[in-house]
Design a protein around this ligand. Structure first.
Ligand code: PEP
Ligand code: MG
Length: 535
């Protein structure tokens, strides 16, 4: 049993030099952020996102500056200042309600971690256990949930928290049945007691009968995916994987992916002082293509800039890097880098049996799509498409797809640019959700453009890995979904149990709302299978 939540530090003034305390606050926040970031690097999918978001909250200037102001003006201790500053942020989120209110737990978690570093006390977290167990807690921080090992944590039950909180979503993404917000009584369950937790119905059974235990163990089999994605009435949806290097490609093939919907090629460019040689690139790309002989692999050309800076290609002094020379735009000043990459992709494609498609990131105008497709054709790459990550591309998808063979919607960036919310900024995390009806409208517009030109439109952003949103995307007209391989089983299971009409109804309901919170709730209410599948 774990009870999280730190003790409130005393409010008495202190003699400590306020500047020393202010420096200690920023140091402690940095330590917490670095720790969370390194966990994020080892995680994947939703867990990675949550850990990265929590890391951003830890370095949020609003929080840190407010805490430093309090030590300077009220002469309270550093830990008291962090407690109060986090309290102010949490209160603001709480009063905004909905999605914001659900992020309060992330703020208090960051607060407790920074205070633990400042006071040298144990960092909050889940104790290690050697046996498999059901974890019962008052509440669990998303960052702690993200690190749970599904092999040892059989289920999670919390006294507090909401069903759409990050903790609940994350536990589901990790394949851990979770029942949250069941009330204080659950904290009285004694250590070692036998309980059955049903994440689908949200029930917790104390002292279950043998029959109840047997029935529960039948339902805990992990969902795997092999074969083809389709709805229950046979509407075909290709289920593909996002991969970033050869090892991930092999894991994706082993997970049964129908192909690769997004091959991020940055891995052979990052942390380099100069461009890798064409031969080096050929070898790297071949290693990924080899895992998908006879299957589709969508290779994305280099997406440098903004969150992926490259010293030899991008200008680190831009005031607004996310709105700067990134993605396809880097080829304007350095066309040879794109030409060399297309040469390498074409050679790798010739040497392997995968069906190679190529796409450019951050395309914003019709002329760019036209130029990119022409460049690919000159290299013998016949299936050239674009990523739709900018609202302009979504709105002009029809004319763009008159040139491009396909479109793949990058919902991570499309959300960032639609909501004007930096995807790396923790303070704006509540805005960064692809459930926002404005993002859904742009997905719909892209699909309409695809329909008009008879071209396929896929989604390769994180949105595709959310089983409920995946069904909505299919209802909006998306023809393929590309995701972290771990999500394939759940997404396939939801589609297999849902008709195409239900997907369309869920999409229509979500589109008719005016907030991400309502869009998600409306779609989930229509997709009743989610609860049956404990998703
Ligand atoms: C996206 O933006 O949704 C996407 C898939 O690209 P990346 O996350 O690599 O920017
Ligand atoms: Mg992107």
């Amino acid at each position: 049993m774990v009870v999280t939540g730190g003790a409130e530090p005393g409010a008495n003034p202190t003699d400590t030099d306020p500047e020393v305390a202010a420096a200690a606050i920023s140091d402690a926040a940095r330590t917490v952020a670095d720790r969370l970031r390194s966990w994020a690097e080892e995680a994947s999918g939703t867990a990675q996102e949550v850990l990265a978001t929590t890391a951003q909250i830890a370095t949020d200037p609003t929080l840190i500056k407010d805490a430093q102001k309090r030590v300077r003006e009220a002469h309270v201790t550093a830990e008291r200042a962090v407690w109060e500053a986090a309290g102010a942020v949490a209160q603001q989120f709480q009063s905004l309600g909905g999605y914001f209110a659900e992020r309060v737990r992330d703020v208090t978690d960051v607060r407790d971690r920074i205070i633990a570093v400042l006071t040298g006390s144990p960092v909050p977290g889940v104790p290690q256990r050697s046996e498999r167990f059901v974890l019962v807690a008052r509440d669990l921080a998303p960052a702690d949930t993200a690190q749970l090992d599904a092999a040892s944590v059989l289920a999670l039950v919390t006294a507090e928290g909401g069903p759409t909180s990050h903790t609940a979503i994350l536990a589901r993404a990790l394949g851990i049945p979770a029942v949250v917000g069941v009330g204080e009584a659950v904290l009285r369950i004694r250590e070692g007691a036998m309980i059955v937790v049903d994440g689908g119905s949200g029930s917790v059974t104390l002292s279950p009968s043998e029959e109840q235990v047997r029935a529960a163990s039948v339902r805990t089999k992990a969902r795997t995916f092999s074969g083809q994605g389709r709805t229950s009435d046979g509407h075909r949806v290709q289920l593909l994987a996002n991969v970033g290097d050869p090892a991930q490609a092999q894991a994706a093939a082993a997970a049964g992916a129908e192909g690769v919907g997004l091959f991020r090629t940055e891995f052979c460019f990052l942390e380099r002082e100069s461009e890798p040689s064409i031969e080096e690139q050929v070898q790297a790309y071949r290693a990924v293509l080899a895992a998908f002989a006879g299957k589709k692999v969508v290779v994305r050309t280099l997406d440098a800039g903004a969150d992926k800076p490259l010293p030899f290609l991008t200008n680190l002094d831009e005031a607004n890097p996310a709105l700067g020379v990134r993605g396809y735009r880097t080829s304007w000043k350095n066309p040879e880098v794109l030409q060399n990459q297309l040469t390498a992709i074409a050679r790798a494609a010739e040497s392997e049996d995968a069906e190679v498609w190529v796409m450019a990131p951050m395309v914003a105008r019709v002329s760019e799509a036209e130029d990119f497709v022409a460049a690919c054709a000159r290299h013998g790459l016949g299936t050239a498409g674009v990523m739709v990550e900018v609202p302009s591309a979504a709105l002009l998808a029809g004319p763009i797809l008159a040139h491009a063979a396909f479109a793949s919607i990058g919902t991570n960036d499309l959300t960032q640019y639609t909501l004007a919310a930096d995807r790396l900024l923790g303070a704006l995390a509540p805005l960064s959700t692809p459930w926002d009806p404005a993002v859904l409208q742009l997905v719909r517009a892209t699909c309409a453009g695809g329909d008009a030109q008879g071209r396929p439109v896929g989604v390769c952003g994180e949105a595709a890995a959310d089983p409920a949103l995946a069904a909505v995307l299919v209802g909006l007209g998306v023809t393929s979904l590309s995701m972290t391989p771990r999500a394939l089983g759940d997404v396939a299971a939801v589609l297999e149990a849902t008709t195409f009409d239900q997907c369309r109804r869920a999409a229509t309901l979500a589109l008719a709302t005016t907030s991400a919170y309502d869009a998600r709730a409306a779609a989930r209410a229509e997709l009743t299978v989610l609860a049956e599948l404990a998703l």
